[in-house]
Design a protein around this ligand. Sequence first.
Ligand code: NAD
Length: 256
Amino acid sequence: MSQRLAGKVVVITGAASGMGAASAKLLASEGATIIGGDVNAERLEAVASEVQAAGGKMVTLVGDISTKEGANALIAKATEGEGRLDVLVNNAGIMDNFEGVAKVEDQVWHRVMSVNLYAPMALSRAAVQWMKEHGGGAIVNVASAAGVGGGAAGAAYTASKHGVVGLTKNTAIAYAPAGIRCNAIIVGAVATNIMESINQEKIDQEAMAQFGKWHGVTPGQLQPEDIANVVLFLSLDESKMINGATVEADAGWMAH
Ligand SMILES: NC(=O)c1ccc[n+]([C@@H]2O[C@H](COP(=O)([O-])OP(=O)(O)OC[C@H]3O[C@@H](n4cnc5c(N)ncnc54)[C@H](O)[C@@H]3O)[C@@H](O)[C@H]2O)c1
């Protein structure tokens, strides 16, 4: 079968680990040139080496996408470096410490909001400005069960992912006439390195005891590749009728 993303350029944030790394490998195997961004230089280079060893193309940029400069630089790596941008995958994200609102520290709130919500906005802003003038494109936002439900994580993470869902729907409606689609994936529990972003000593045990009841009905843990398959589908023209959607990839968790 011919490669379904041949000639396309795809920006993926958080491409050094978990779902971002799995998406980079899968979309590169379909012929896309991957522009992979992350703060973790070592892991990012390891993923790029794997992609290249498999015959794919991946360009890397080490930087913090929670700053305007970092976000714009990653998009410019595609638009200026490669001369095109077809797909933006807003994947990078960090956890909070499962704090209910009574325990939220301002510093944690602002950090989670800047990585999980400001960055997808800033990247989408730069991407849409370019896509509007160049025939459209697709944006895939990696949201979470915490983007629609209240019991998956703390107040900051939950608010940030609900924000991502809102950003997704708004972007989908505003730029449909320009041929830009924007969808969000409601991701269930996936085996990745995201727990490294939790400060174990600060976990809010009282709130966690409540969230644990909802965690308890998770039908199962997913693998990063399971989500990469959804990222791929939402990147392809085959999903052209899907816009502004929240696509659940959670093994049925949200059905509970
Ligand atoms: N793992 C899960 O169970 C789960 C569930 C639902 C949603 N998600 C979401 O999936 C997405 C991917 O997470 P993952 O589970 O693969 O985690 P991960 O920690 O394995 O990978 C996330 C990557 O993002 C990078 N990153 C973090 N902050 C960054 C910044 N400011 N600039 C650039 N890169 C940055 C990290 O270095 C890391 O490589 C996140 O948005 C997360 O919220 C994860």
